[in-house]
Design a protein around this ligand. Structure first.
Ligand code: EPZ
Length: 463
């Protein structure tokens, strides 16, 4: 009997054909074609993790610190830069705007640094094909308006987790004197001829990106700006710290009221990116879900207290060390603990999927309420394929923990859902294959290598 080449067999496999079709429909799929898009991660679960995981710089801090380079004609150097697909996308966007980039981001490089030098803004357009892949591109709006007086940014569409409008960003820019028009799917923003003017900005709901755009626009505005109901995420504080190092005058860091006194220009600075609190929380859950122990290096408990509180309530031991945080769940029977996602310092929405994976293996029930995004339960049907017992009621999910999940083929739908499925695979009996892991590569650096180094049986299957 003649055997078709594997490729034909693979192509005829309905699951692969379905995956290819789904990828064609996914605007965020990587540009480098199917190969990366078809990468999968295979896990054989049941191994307790034990070891050390280095925590990198925060993705969501880097994605706002990088556009801040547009605010000055002097170089901004960032260190502790994570090696992620989203960072590459932001580099591509800033390069298109005319920013000089000098990057030493080799995975092995001990000191990952990125120098961005916007001597002049050559172009003020953030194009559709970049913005559709990475919503954080909208964070060039404030800096371009402040420095250049004009910005043309493709309107970010919705994404898997929600419609995610940017109306509050635009209202903040208008409060500072900008005129905003929407045409052809683009946001056209123009500052008055004399530049932006300080103003009082009150956000009706807490918005991380809105606060970041408002802050970056206000630092060069003429006069004083008060930003009330500002987001307090550590990434905002990190941005304000960096802007102050560049010569800005921002007060109220870490509070929900930021006072900005505009200055005529900013100067060069070097800034170390804050540790990634979501990466920290994710690996803390990896220790807990495998009933193992991990030392998370290069981070600190103050960045993720709400997650620590819930882990301790569930029965996990957490301790600060000289260089990080030790998470120990060895021989611990974990209990179900309810959680409701909230803006910082509440429990982060970016940890909700990971928490659901953990609760799927704890004893007892847990209610998980997602209050930030309207569609952030897409990991539920995938976890159910692994035997998790989860019922959704509107914005809440009731999870009834099972001692053992079972491995299965599952599909990643967004960044945090994909890592949730990897975590579940670590705890499941048998083999789990996570498809469409390009989502994972957007926010987690060499995740399979880090987990394998701590005892996980995990590897990547190339596309
Ligand atoms: C940031 O997104 C993060 N992304 C998200 O992380 C994170 O989930 C989110 O903050 C909440 O913490 C980056 O920092 C790059 P928001 P952002 O503006 O700024 C609504 C990840 O996995 N809203 O705080 O877009 C919005 O729809 C990503 O790393 C408006 O209605 O979030 C949402 O319901 C996912 N109008 C809520 O506010 C606006 O103008 C919070 O959104 C802006 C937001």
């Amino acid at each position: 009997m003649s055997h078709s080449p594997v490729s034909d067999l693979v192509l005829r496999d309905p699951a692969v054909a379905e995956a290819r079709h789904a990828i064609d429909q996914d605007p965020t799929r990587p540009a480098k074609g199917y190969a990366a898009a078809m990468d999968r991660i295979r896990i054989r679960g049941g191994h307790r993790l034990d070891g050390t995981i280095p925590i990198g710089g925060a993705k969501n801090a880097a994605l706002t610190l990088m556009p801040a380079a547009l605010l000055t004609d002097q170089p901004l150097t960032l260190t502790n830069v994570p090696r992620l697909a989203d960072i590459d996308s932001m580099i591509a966007l800033l390069s298109q705007l005319g920013v000089g980039v000098n990057a030493n981001l080799d995975v092995a490089a001990p000191d990952r640094r990125l120098t961005l030098h916007a001597r002049a803004v050559a172009c003020a357009t953030a194009p559709y094909d970049i913005v559709r892949k990475m919503r954080a591109s909208v964070l060039v709006l404030g800096p371009l308006l402040a420095r250049h007086g004009h910005a043309r940014v493709s309107q970010p569409g919705g994404c898997a987790i929600g419609t995610r409008p940017v109306d509050l960003h635009l209202k903040a820019m208008e409060a500072l004197g900008a005129t905003i028009t929407l045409e052809g799917g683009y946001i056209e923003a123009r500052a008055p001829s004399g530049g932006l003017k300080g103003a009082d900005i009150v956000f009706p709901t807490v918005t991380v990106g809105g606060t970041e755009n408002a802050l970056m626009a206000a630092v060069l505005a003429d006069g004083e700006t008060l930003i009330e109901n500002a987001a307090r995420e550590p990434e905002i504080t990190d941005l304000a710290t960096c802007l102050n190092a560049m010569g800005a005058r921002i007060e109220g860091l870490g509070t929900n009221t930021l006072r900005v006194r505009g200055v005529p220009r900013l100067h060069a600075a070097t800034h170390a990116i804050v540790a990634d609190r979501i990466e920290t929380g994710t690996y803390a859950v990896a220790a807990a879900i495998t009933r193992g122990r991990l030392h998370l290096q290069g981070t600190r408990r103050g960045l993720f207290e709400a997650v620590i509180d819930h882990l301790q309530e569930a029965g996990v031991a957490i301790a600060s060390t000289e260089t990080g945080v030790l998470v120990d769940a060895r021989d611990h029977e974990l209990r179900g603990v309810d959680v409701m996602t909230k803006p910082y310092p509440g429990f982060p929405t970016d940890m909700q999927a990971q928490w659901m994976a953990l609760m799927s293996t704890a004893s007892g029930a847990a209610m998980i309420t997602e209050s930030i995004f309207e569609n952030r339960f897409m990991h539920v049907p995938e976890l159910a394929r692994m035997g998790a017992d989860i019922n959704i009621h509107g914005g809440s999910a009731i999870v009834r923990g099972r001692r053992r999940l079972s491995g299965a083929q599952v599909m990643a739908t967004d960044l945090r859902a994909s890592v949730c499925l990897v975590l579940a695979g670590l705890a499941a009996e048998g083999e789990t294959i996570v498809n469409r892991v390009y989502h994972l590569d957007r926010g987690y650096e060499t995740v399979e290598a880090r987990l394998a180094a701590c005892g996980a049986e995990i590897n990547r299957l190339r596309g």
